[in-house]
Every structure is written in C-alpha cells, then in structure tokens.
Write a protein that binds this ligand. Structure first.
Ligand SMILES: Cc1cc2nc3c(=O)[nH]c(=O)nc-3n(C[C@H](O)[C@H](O)[C@H](O)COP(=O)(O)O)c2cc1C
Ligand code: SF4
Length: 665
C-alpha cells in the first residue's frame, strides 16, 4: 500500500479508528424535515445514507453535524437539526446503524451559534459573551442563567446522541460560534469570570466539556472542533500560538482536537484561491503543544499524497476531509487499493456545496451528481444495462464527458464526437481564469474515465445528421454546449446595450481567447460589463490588469452575487489589488464612439468613460441546439440533449444532465 501513514490505526479516546481519515462535520440540510416548515428537524435516514456512503468508502469516522443544542440557536438556516428533543433518538438510531454497518465510527457535532443566530422566523434573541454581533443581529450578553442553560443543553444533546448510538461527541469551538466567541478577544469583552484572561475565556468551554464527559462516561469520545487561528489582520483575535495555549488548557478534557481556522463565517470553507493544505500550519502549531492528544488537520487536503505527508511529517495525527469526500465518497478505498488516479478531485470552487448552503439550499457537488440523492444515485446504484447499446455522444464538454463515462460504466459501446482538437468544452476557458485552474478537474477526471473505460473518443470530428446516423446509433446524446454572445439577456441589466453591435464590443470568451493569444489585439483600455455576477468578468478584469491594461468592471450588482461568500471574499480583493477598477451599482446605458456611458443605479448620475479600445459584455449565452433539432426529426433512435445545449447554465447542471441521460439508456 502506498500511503502507509494514513492507514495506520489510531486510538481516539478509548476507540480505535481503523485509519486516519475522518469525514468532518458539515451541515447539508439533509435533515428529516419538521412537518412545521421553518422548525428544525432531525438527523435520520437520509443523512445516514449520505454518511454511510463515505463509511462504505473506507473512512475511519464520520462526524454528523452541526446539530443545534437548543431552540435559541436552531434557526440560522432552514432545516437545522434539533438535538435536544428526545424525539431525535429514533432518527439517530437509524443513522448510526447505517454508518456502523460499514465499520466506521460516528460522532455528532454539537453547536451553539451564539451571536451568529438569526431570529427572522423564530424571533429568538441571539446570545453571546458580549453585545458584539457576529451576524446581522445584535446579541444579548449572556447572564449566569444563560450560561447554565447552554451547559445543560449540551449535556441533554450529548445524552440523546449516546442513546441514539453515536460513538462520540464533538463540541463546536471554532468558526466564530458561541464557544469561539467566548475564546476570542474579537467578541468577548466580559469582565466577570468568563472574560478577560485566557483562563476565563476558556471557562465556558471547560465547563461544557466536563459536564458532557460526566454525562456520557469514559467510553464515549468527547472531542473538540477548535479554532486554530482567527486570522484577524485588522483588530483583535486569536493567533495560532494563542490557540495552542488554549489546546494545552483543554488537553485533559478533550479526546482530540479537530483544528480549523477563520472566524465569523467567511474563512472556514476555503476555495480554490487558497492553496492545498491550507490550515495544516494551525493543526501543527497545536500538535506541538499537545503531543499526547490526537490532532486532526483540515482545509483543502485533496489527495492521498497530501494527507499522507501531513501524518508522515507529524504535523497532525488525523486528516479531516470534507469536500474531498463529498466529491468522491470512495477516496479512501481508492487510495488503499492504489487506485488514487481514479479519485474524482474536489475543485474547491464551492459553487454547489457551500454555495448552495449559503443560498439556503441542500448541498450537492459539481463533481458528484449523487450528493443528497444517494438512494437513487449513490454507491451501488450504477449497474450494468440489460443490453449493451451503441451510444453516440456529441460534444466533449463536461456534460458529454459525464454521459460518455457513465454510459461506458454501464457497459454501453460509446462513441464521443468532439469537433475541437481538445475535450473540455467551456471548462477550457473557465480554467484559464486566475486561480480557477482546478475547475479543470471536472473535465480531467471524466477524460481519464473515458480512456479507462474504452470510450471511442474522436477529436476534430464535427458532427452532422448524416455522420451521426452513419454510426448506426441506438441512442444519441447531444451535448453540443452553448455559445457566448454579447447580446444575451440578463435578469439584472437591459440587453442589448445600445451600440453593442460595434465590432470592438465582444463577448467574454472571445476576450479571454484574444487575451491569451494576442493581448495587443484588445488595445490598452478595456471596460467589462458584468451582467451575471459570476467569476468570468472579475477574473478577466484581473487578467487584464495583470497585463498592465486599464481594466474597469461595471456591474449593476452590488457584489458578484452568483458566487458564494468565500469566493466573493477572495476574488474581488485579488482583482482590485491587481489594478482592476470595480464599479458596482452601475449600468451601461450606451456604447458610443470608443466611449461608454454608465449610470449609477441609485443616484442616477451619468458618467462617460472615454478612449476605450474594447468593451467586453458578460451575459448569458445561448444553446447550440440546431443539431439536436435536426437529429430529433431524422433519427429513429432516442435523442436527448443535455447541459448547455438545453440552456446555458452553471457546469453542475451539465454534469447532472449527462449522468441522468446515461443512466436512462
Ligand atoms: C457545506 C459545508 C458545510 C459546513 N458546515 C460545517 C459545520 O456545520 N460545522 C463545522 O465544524 N464545519 C463545517 N464546515 C467546514 C468543514 O468541516 C471543513 O472544515 C471545511 O470544509 C474545510 O475542509 P475541506 O477543505 O476538506 O472541505 C462546512 C463545510 C462545508 C463545505
Ligand atoms: S461542489 Fe466543488 S468545492 Fe464543493 S465538494 Fe464538489 S467539487 Fe468540491
């Protein structure tokens, strides 16, 4: 076995973990919903199936959560999980049995969000160490009764968890939640026994850990999700060394430390803009202070090589993976069987996982169409087809590649026709945007799978009705993609912009192509209109600025709203710091003779930006559907179209379409 360090068993408390890989806590919204919409539900069978796929995939332990410990923290998002009502126990029993069936341990993360709670629906007041907001609402500073209630709530929830079959409890003390708020000088301004010195700021955490341990006994794992670095560049916060001192103080109370970084929402789910292994430094700092207690490292650990190296270098004892295992539940087994090349890698783009959650929707994954739909699409559901058919897939973008690979997995004979000399479709240009090259993993994994499974890939082969029918297909999947256009409509901006028919006004794909091939052809002064709020306009703006061009991005939106908060927090600073001028809340009303007129959507003040060489319009594209429409008339076999050939949408839809189309064959 190549990765011997991650496959060493380890004791965590009194439990033996079969290896060093832990599926870390993450809220998914796969909670069994409460019949009263808006009220929290229970973790049960659906979430259990999702976790069980990772257990079957070989992880040592899964951590379910977060779970709300009391009603005053249960309304931050829809479909939160209720951990305090004993009605959760029968649901837990199902979930834990599903995971145990595959030999993994299962822990439950207990959370109080403190000042991060929201009362929009519940009208409950947020509570915190001080009147220091961590979200949009000002909290109440906790009094002694509140403190007692929070300790008792953790105890009740831990007892429920044990009654429901959990092997352990993880107390959330990171990510800007209540216990982290107590620890951090950013939020805790108390002058009583719970504020001031580090010992005082740790007091609530210590009291909870002690009370939970007393309630559940020594056989149950009681560990901590611990802040590893507040990363506060402006203002007070905990440094990595402070966090190491905290770990030392908690050492006798915690069976492990699962070390994260960041505070206050943004920072805990690092994107493609952060390097792999980001966060290991914080675990390592803590490891040095608590050498005898297992420490888990997290954040952008993507490959078995990376994970193995962390253990080998003694930077941590265990590896918490979240998105890597969302993207590929079989990550561990593939590593164990020396099939690591077959791992479907997480891109770090966040769009469908954390991005969905921030829009109050259940998570899924651009790489893994099964997420949240494990009953129908999860492990063990993709069998061989009853009869092997000749399948022609037209178009080698993400949807076509997924369709081809999935059809081949099912035993069909697949021909994939691609008119270009390269596969990947729209991902080819999307991966050129600064910091976003890992989006190419979506194409790469499927290209490798097509090769492994013997798909007949024909590059440089434009398809027409005659050439497709000449292959005598028994099923045709049309994945011809879409095309960018400067005239496409947008929900946020009237289109087309008057004057946009001029040939110095171009769409973003042409702009990017020319920038890569011949930057001079764009001239020196470029204005981009972003009518989407996605990554393309800002990424292009950054590239232009890096190329020493005058680069201005005009958008009617206040922020790139199609991106998750973590991506927004990364993409804008880097573009602006590279020199891109960011003009939010502005519409482009006219394009004149090498100038553009913009208007502030609030003040209605007009402004002209002069001496412009190129205007780039980033808006919705249009489907390439002609071949599909012709084949539908001409072919005698089933013809389906997928992905952008239906409507130009984010890439996860194309992958999902391709997957379902191939399953339906
Ligand atoms: C969708 C999503 C939800 C998350 N929810 C939680 C949570 O409830 N509790 C928690 O401690 N961390 C949560 N996290 C953070 C993860 O546990 C983990 O620290 C983070 O994703 C970085 O690890 P990764 O790079 O392996 O994904 C969440 C992450 C994601 C992607
Ligand atoms: S949606 Fe993207 S970032 Fe999230 S787990 Fe899947 S591949 Fe990773």
């Amino acid at each position: 076995m190549s990765f011997e360090n991650i496959f060493q068993p380890i004791y965590v408390g009194r439990s033996e973990f079969r290896n060093r890989i832990i599926f870390g806590a993450h809220f998914t919204m796969f909670t069994e919903p409460n019949p009263v919409w808006g009220e929290p539900g229970y973790y049960g069978r659906r979430y259990g199936r999702y976790l069980a796929d990772r257990a079957q995939g070989g992880v040592a332990a899964v951590i379910a959560g977060e779970t709300a410990v009391s009603a005053d923290t249960a309304y931050k998002m829809p479909n939160n999980a209720n951990g305090w009502d004993p009605q959760c126990i029968p649901h837990y029993e199902q979930l834990t049995a599903q995971v145990h069936e595959h030999g993994a341990k299962v822990l439950l993360q207990l959370t109080h969000s403190g000042a991060m709670s929201l009362g929009n629906w519940s009208k409950q007041v947020a509570i915190g160490p001080s009147v220091s907001p961590d979200y949009s609402e000002a909290p109440k500073a906790m009094d002694k009764k509140d403190i007692r209630a929070v300790i008792d709530a953790h105890v009740v929830c831990a007892q429920n968890a044990v009654a429901g079959g959990f092997d352990g409890i993880e107390i959330q003390s990171a990510h800007g939640y209540l216990l982290h708020q107590f620890l951090s000088p950013k939020f805790n301004f108390r002058s009583d026994a719970y504020g001031g010195s580090l010992e005082n700021r740790m007091r609530l955490g210590s009291e909870i850990m002690r009370a939970v341990r007393e309630a559940v006994g020594d056989e149950i794992i009681v560990g901590m999700r611990l802040a590893g670095d507040d990363e506060q560049r402006h203002g007070p916060g905990l440094s990595a060394d402070d966090c190491a001192d905290i770990a030392m103080g908690y050492e006798n109370l915690s069976d492990y430390f699962n070390v994260s970084v960041g505070i206050g929402g943004v920072g805990m789910v690092r994107t493609n803009y952060s390097p792999h292994l980001f966060g290991v430094y914080a675990a390592h700092t803590i490891k040095k202070s608590v050498p005898d207690t297992p420490v888990f490292a997290v954040h952008r650990i993507i490959t078995p090589e990376e994970a193995d190296g962390v253990i080998e270098r003694h930077e941590a004892d265990g590896i918490t993976l979240v998105r890597a295992l969302i993207a590929d539940p079989e990550w561990v087994n593939k590593a164990a069987e020396n099939r690591e090349q077959e791992i479907r890698k997480c891109t770090g783009i966040n769009a469908s996982c954390y991005g969905n959650l921030l829009q109050s929707m259940p998570i899924n994954c651009v790489q893994n169409p099964a997420v949240g739909r494990e009953d129908d699409l999860g492990l063990g559901t993709l069998g061989l087809a009853a009869t092997s058919k000749r399948v022609v897939v037209i178009g080698g973008g993400p949807g076509g590649l997924e369709a081809a690979a999935t059809a081949a997995t099912r035993g069909h004979q697949v021909v994939l026709l691609e008119q270009n000399d390269q596969l990947g479709g729209a991902l080819r240009w999307a991966a050129e945007l600064p910091g976003r090259k890992e989006i190419w993993e979506i194409a790469q994994w499927r290209i490798d799978e097509c090769e492994r499974l013997g798909v007949d890939v024909r590059l440089g082969t434009p398809a027409c009705v005659e050439s497709v029918l000449a292959l005598a297909p028994e099923a045709i999947i049309v994945a011809t993609g879409g095309r960018a256009t400067k005239f496409g409509r947008s929900a946020y901006h009237p289109m087309p912009v008057p004057g946009s028919e001029s040939d110095w006004v171009i769409d973003h794909v042409e702009a990017l192509t020319r920038l890569l091939e011949n930057p001079d052809s764009l001239g020196e002064r470029i204005v981009i209109l972003d009518a989407l709020g996605h990554a393309a306009a800002i990424g292009l703006g950054e590239m232009l600025a890096v190329n020493q061009k005058f680069s201005t991005c005009v958008t009617p939106l206040p922020l790139p709203i199609a991106l998750d908060g973590e991506t927004q927090a990364a993409i804008l600073p880097r573009a602006v710091q590279a020199g891109m001028i960011w003009r939010p809340n502005n519409a482009m009303v006219a394009i004149g003779n090498h100038d553009v007129t913009i208007v502030d959507v609030h003040s209605h003040q007009f402004e002209t930006i002069s001496d412009i060489d190129t205007v780039v319009i980033v808006t919705h594209g249009l489907p390439e559907e002609d071949l599909y429409l012709a084949l539908e008339l001409a072919a005698e076999c089933p013809v389906v179209r997928i992905g952008d050939a239906v409507a130009v949408r984010p890439v996860d839809r194309a992958v999902y379409d391709g997957h379902l189309a191939a399953r339906a064959l």
